[in-house]
Design a protein around this ligand. Structure first.
Ligand SMILES: [Zn+2]
Length: 489
């Protein structure tokens, strides 16, 4: 009898494990292949003069359109860049209407033949500064714009002078062929994305809102090609951003009785504030793997090792395992909003008890949370009556796109497959905030994708760092991708 129970038990375990393994082995591959012939597109890619595209990206880098957090930008660099774009793309500028927002941001519109909802691309003209003291570490001076060794080198090479060039190259080519788009096509190029987008994208969005413009889709920077989790690159992974995090900066202020240290008190505004900061550090917001981050990881696991597939195909059971792995690898941004003290101030004299101390808590918002949710959570865990909470600035996460039920996502995926051949599509989760968030209420779908290559032997590098560069080997595809997106919409 006992033997029978043991055998039955072992059999059930075997059956159970077999189901898990079966699910892993039969997981869809998630590969998109263009259903029609790609001959014309391949032909078009081959006819693009890569050297010209590369030199134009290099030339655009020579305009030092730097954004600083506090200092005003140098408007002349932006105006010179505008002029250069004008002169470099004459056919495009015959068909495009151009508008300046706050003098420095650009809005290009290509009028469509019918009055269907427009489509558009979001980019920015500004670049981050080169950190002072690191200029000598660059292989070529950051604003020289050099094409060499198979790369375009310089600040802005892939963040994101390149996408402005892809768009204008595509429009120039299409205009020269006498093409007219079906719906209006926009390029929205802000001038202060790297400083928060308040004067560029935000203003542009309110202007478009006042004109009741509503887009079918917008494609913003971010998202790129990468290798699979198992290291393979055939097919490449196309990471199409469908959701991103938001942010909030929350100021905590504590007041306490002041006076001389001679008073003998050991409790001050600083100690109270320190306890609050530690409480926040020790009580992370509850998290869970769901929504866009889960979609991202499941799709990515299709190109992963067996254990990736095993977990991803059985999240009904193994989600806690995935959560533990993410937690142990420090990838908690997939699970929850994170909060960290970033600025602190209080006290200015050796022998005076500070009456006031304050700290800024920098929060990155998971797509499921709003800044209000996080404020409430902070107040709940800190629970000290004499601490004041103020929301200094915030941007709630934009509404994500549901990749399983979105025709625009399929359109963009197919367009990428048309240009690059078979592709593993990953609806991906962006951990940073981009200008596109300002336009979220103006568009059915917002994506982040910019055709950059992050492959092991073809490495773009240096975003916001030293030696920013972009490979020249896929510039033709990038231009043709913009053509296809505009032409076949
Ligand atoms: Zn950028």
């Amino acid at each position: 009898m006992l033997k029978k129970i043991v055998v039955t038990f072992l059999f059930l375990i075997f059956l159970f494990l077999s189901i898990l393994v079966f699910n892993a082995l039969t997981m869809p591959l998630g590969i998109t292949t263009y259903p029609e012939s790609r001959d014309d597109i391949v032909d078009r890619i081959n006819k693009i003069d890569t050297h010209t595209v590369a030199s134009r990206i290099a030339e655009s880098i020579e305009f030092p359109t730097v954004s600083y957090d506090d200092d005003p930008v140098d408007p002349d660099a932006f105006i010179a860049l505008h002029e250069w774009l004008n002169n470099t793309y004459p056919s495009a500028h015959l068909v495009l209407e151009r508008e300046l927002i706050n003098d420095l941001s650009l809005v290009y519109k290509w009028k469509g033949a019918s009055d269907c909802n427009p489509i558009g691309f979001v980019t920015h003209l500004d670049v981050v500064p080169v950190e002072s003291g690191t200029e000598d570490e660059w292989t070529y001076p950051p604003f020289k714009g050099v094409v060499s060794d198979g790369f375009v080198w310089g600040r802005g090479a892939y963040d994101t002078k390149n996408t402005i060039i892809y768009f204008l190259e595509a429009v120039e080519n299409l205009a020269n062929r006498g093409f007219t788009p079906r719906c209006d096509v926009y390029l929205l190029a802000g001038h202060d994305e790297e400083a928060g987008g308040q004067n560029g994208a935000k203003e542009t969005a309110s202007l478009l809102r006042s004109r009741n413009i509503h887009f079918s889709w917008l494609i913003d920077e971010g998202g790129s090609f990468s290798a699979n989790l198992d290291g393979s690159t055939a097919p490449m992974v196309a990471n199409i951003g469908v959701g991103q995090r938001g942010f909030a900066n929350i100021k905590l202020t504590v007041r306490a009785k002041g006076g001389s240290t001679a008073r003998g008190t050991e409790e001050t505004a600083i100690t109270k504030l320190s306890r609050a900061i530690l409480t926040i550090r020790e009580n992370p917001m509850p998290g869970r793997l769901d929504g866009v981050p889960e979609e991202d990881l499941i799709a990515r696991a299709r190109g992963g090792l067996f254990y990736h597939k095993l977990i991803a195909a059985n999240t009904w059971l193994l989600r806690p395992v995935a959560e533990t792995i993410l937690e142990s690898k420090g990838q908690v941004n997939y699970l929850r909003s994170t909060a960290a003290a970033t600025i602190i101030s209080g006290g200015d004299k050796f022998n005076l008890l500070p009456q006031q101390a304050s700290a800024i808590i920098g929060v990155r918002l998971h797509p499921r949370d709003t800044s209000e949710d996080v404020m409430k959570w902070l107040k709940d865990i800190v629970q000290a009556e004499d601490i004041k909470f103020e929301l200094i600035s915030f941007s709630d996460p934009p509404l994500p796109v549901d990749p399983n039920n979105n025709k625009d996502f399929n359109f963009v995926s197919n367009s990428i497959a048309a240009v690059y051949g078979s592709i593993r599509i990953v609806p991906s989760f962006l951990t940073s905030a981009t200008d596109g968030r300002y336009y979220r209420d103006l568009t059915d779908s917002l994506f982040n994708f910019d055709a950059d290559m992050f492959l092991p032997d073809n490495k773009n590098s240096g975003g916001h760092g030293t030696d920013e560069r972009i490979t020249t080997s896929h510039l033709a595809e990038a231009v043709v991708l913009y053509e296809v997106l505009i032409e076949t919409h």
